[in-house]
Each structure stands twice: as C-alpha cells, then as structure tokens.
Write a protein that binds this ligand. Structure first.
Ligand SMILES: [Zn+2]
Length: 492
C-alpha cells in the first residue's frame, strides 16, 4: 500500500497522519446511545460511520479494541444538570421500572444495528455497571482541587481549571460567553460559576435511580461515565474518540477537562465527529413528526416514503456520503441508491460468468487497487471507494457484453478485492440466494413460484395482487427486485 492513513482530527481541525500509541493496536471509544427511546435514523448514521472506520482499521490489519458504551443512568433532559432523568421519565410514562426501559431499548438498539450489519463493539460497558469507578474518579478530581461538594452534589470547577488549562479546546468556546449562555438558574444555585458541571447529583426523594456515595445517595453526572469507562478499558490516553457532532459540546469538552484534571494529560489523540442526517433538507425532529425510524423504512409503514427500503440499501445510501458531510435523506435519494446498489451487486456477481482467456483489455488492476486504498486512507472516504467499485463493475460489464476473455488471475483478483471492499469494508450484503445459509432448495422453489404469480398478476394489470405478494414477502424478510436481468430476490 502506497498511502498512509489520514484522519481529520476535530481537535486540530485538520487531517493528520494516524500514528497509534502502540504499533498495530488501536484503542477506540465511541459514545453510545442513551437507551430511553427507539433509536432513530440519525443515530444509526453515526454508528454506521464508526463501523466503517473500525472495518477499515481492521482491513489495515490493526487490532482494534472498540469500546462503545450504553448510557443507562445520569443523562438528564436537555443534556443539563437539572430536570428529569431521561430513563426515569420514560419509565413513568410507560409505567414500568427504569431498568425495564433500559433492557427494552438496549435490545431495540442492538436489533436495529444488526439489521444494518454494524459489527458489535469489543466491549459495551454501561454507566450503571461502573458507579464505583465513577465515584473513584470524582474523589481523584476533588483531590486534585478541580471539584467541590455542595449540599450532597459535586461540581467540576471550570473556572479554576481554566486558570491552569484551557477549557473549550475542542469546541473553541469562549469561557465568558458560556457564562452568559447559562441563564437558566434552576438547579444551578449550588454552583460557584454557571459554567461548572455536575460530577455527582444528590437524588431528589422520588428519584428512583440512585446509588450511595461519600456525598449523598445520588447518581453520576452524564459526562463522567465516558471518562471512567474509556480510562478503565483503554487507558489514560488512547487513540480515537468518536461521536456525533452534537456531542462535541459540552459532553466531549467535559471529558477532556476531567481527563486532564486527573491525569494531567489530554485523554485522546484523535477526536472524530460524524455529521447530521437531515430529512428533505430539515433537521429531524420528533416534535414536528418529521423523523424516520429504521423499522418504518424497512417495512414500508413510514408515511414519509412511498415504498420500503432494505437495511442494505439504507446503509449503502449513508456510505455514499462522507461522514463529515451533512446527509439529506429523501425518497429520490433512496431510490437512486437502490438502483446503484443493484448495479454493483450484479456487476460483482457477473464476475462468475466471465470467460478465461487472454484478450486485450484496458484496466490497470494494481492502479485501481492502490487508488481504492488511497481514497479510504484519506479520512475514510467511502463515497470515493464506492465510485472505485463502480469503475470495476463498469469494466466487468464491458468485458461481459463484448464477449472478451480475460486471464483467470484477473478474475480472481477482482473477485477477492472487490468482495473485500463491498462486504468487509462497506459492510454490504451481496450473497445470492443460492449461497444463503438460510436457503433451501424447497424455499427457493416456493419463492420463485410466488415471484412467477406476482409477475403474471402484474402483466394482467392486477396490481393489488402483485403488490400484496411483494409486500408480504418483504414483511417476512424476502425482498423482490426487478432488474434488467429479470426479477431477483434477497433474503434479509
Ligand atoms: Zn460519551
């Protein structure tokens, strides 16, 4: 490989050559979800982006320890130091225990990411499972003189920290401006300065999620858990920390301050932030009904879309944009991605139909491979890798349609490396039904009979029957696609 991996570091606002702390090992931490609600598509984009990065690091033969947490305690409404705990609130609304809320939405999160073929992290720690570590961390910050206790709660002293270190290095916030922006004084009375943030909160009498501590029965502040868990599993300083753009401030800024306060050094070498997913040009918001839940896209029940799209198509659509760009989702964009993905899959499958021989052709395989690796090494540029895959597929189609014969070595190389990019790196599903482990000859025959019946109904103009067959097959995980090569089906 001729190129070196470059990563856009949010801390320096520029691309930097990636140099891991330990050769061939990467420690990576990504802020996971607060499990109080169904995961929406914007969250999925973040986790698909980091899945792509882990996959690429593994392609480069790094051994990656990927830690992604579950926030199941301490995250209050509006990301603030006051207000109701998000999980407790949901428990009250659904009339169930807070830990039932955690269980339910953790399961939903896992199922959703599995549909998108997102690989599980190496470690998935929870905030409630690390209360002891968080209490220990607070003690250390108090000992270092950067935190104080007031009425059973403990706060980080941002102004004192700012005297000897810089607060706001990641988000370039001005400390004075922060004071002006903290106008809401509810729950702030115990703080010395409005910029301070909670490390431990004393629980109100009705607050269910509480733990004993030296200061009060209470719960940890939201920013603390990530410092406690990343330090425990990756060390005081580690390679990569990621999350959505919205976590840059205050969450990640506070993580840096906590790490520096305790260990005297900045905890992360490369900060990576993924950008937003918008819907028809607008930010998704539950309050306006303008948002998409993944399952509604997969089963076609979303009122905002005319037809269902498979997780494979939605994943491909997301990877067609660079992770640092805003991505807008629309019916037209999903349709285009569906067609594009079909072309790639059929092109790849067409490799099996090429004939061995030694006719002349115009395709420099080594240059293609090198260029494909170079674009991914340039800050994980998946849209350019996809464009490289299309270049290879165009070549395959040209050879097929011209009836030329190419060397077996070339077919083997393309099969291997195009397959690695599509399956291992981009995480797409390209199995033909015949290769599917869940498929049997009988199942295959039955689905084909249904497809024939559906096509007959279409020819006769009986669209209610043809749509019913297509939709009901989709409901049980069988997707029918009409292509230039006839009707094909995929098992999700
Ligand atoms: Zn976090």
């Amino acid at each position: 490989m001729n190129s070196k991996l470059l990563i856009y570091n949010s801390l320096s606002n520029k691309k930097e050559e990636f140099k891991p702390l330990h050769p061939k090992l990467v420690g990576m931490y990504v802020c996971g979800p607060t499990v109080y609600n169904r995961v929406h598509l914007g969250n999925c984009r973040t986790f698909i982006s980091f899945d792509l990065m882990v996959r690429w690091l593994r392609y480069l033969e790094y051994k990656v320890r990927y830690v992604r947490n579950i926030t199941d305690a301490g995250h209050l409404e509006f990301d603030a130091d006051h207000g109701e705990d998000r999980i407790s609130k949901r428990a009250r609304l659904e009339q169930i225990e807070p830990m039932e809320v955690v269980q339910k939405y953790t399961l939903d999160f896992h199922q959703c990411l599995a549909k998108f073929n997102v690989l599980p992290p190496s470690i998935e720690p929870t905030a409630s499972g690390h209360i002891i570590e968080q209490i220990q961390l607070i003690k250390s910050i108090i000992e270092k003189g950067y935190a104080y206790e007031k009425n059973g709660s403990v706060y980080f002293d941002v102004l004192k920290y700012h005297k000897s270190h810089q607060y706001g290095v990641l988000s370039n916030r001005d400390i004075e401006e922060l004071a002006h922006n903290s106008r809401d004084l509810e729950g702030q009375a115990d703080k010395k300065n409005p910029q301070d943030f909670a490390l431990w909160k004393k629980a109100e009498p009705l607050h269910i999620m509480r733990w004993p501590s030296p200061w009060s029965d209470g719960f940890p502040g939201w920013h603390l858990e990530c410092t406690a868990m990343s330090t425990k599993y990756l060390g005081e300083v580690f390679d990569i920390h990621g999350g959505g753009m919205d976590l840059k401030f205050p969450h990640h800024e506070c993580e840096i301050a906590q790490g520096v306060a305790v260990n005297g050094k900045s905890p992360v070498k490369y900060w990576i932030h993924g950008n937003l997913l918008t819907l028809n040009g607008k930010k998704m918001a539950k309050s306006t009904g303008s948002f998409l839940l993944p399952d509604e896209i997969f089963d076609g029940t979303s009122k905002l879309l005319k037809k269902p799209y498979s997780p494979n198509v939605v994943r491909f659509f997301m990877l067609q944009a660079h992770y640092r760009s805003v991505l807008d989702i629309s019916e037209a964009a999903l349709e285009a991605s569906e067609k594009g993905l079909d072309r790639l899959i059929y092109g790849y499958q067409m490799l099996d139909q090429l004939q061995n021989g030694s006719d002349e052709y115009e395709f420099d395989f080594d240059q293609w491979l090198n260029q494909s690796q170079t674009v991914m090494n340039d800050d994980f540029n998946s849209p350019l890798l996809i464009s490289q895959c299309f270049t290879a597929v165009k070549f395959i189609q040209k050879i097929k349609s011209s009836g030329k014969k190419i060397p077996p070595e070339m077919i083997k190389n393309l099969k291997k490396h195009l397959g690695l990019f599509l399956v291992d790196v981009l995480g797409l599903t390209i199995d033909e039904p015949n290769n599917s482990k869940t498929n049997t000859q009988l199942q295959d025959s039955l689905i084909k009979i249904l497809i024939d019946l559906r096509n007959e109904a279409r020819q006769n103009g009986d669209y209610s029957i043809s749509d019913k067959i297509r939709n009901e097959l989709f409901q049980i995980g069988v997707e029918i696609r009409d292509t230039n090569l006839g009707t094909k089906y995929y098992i999700q």
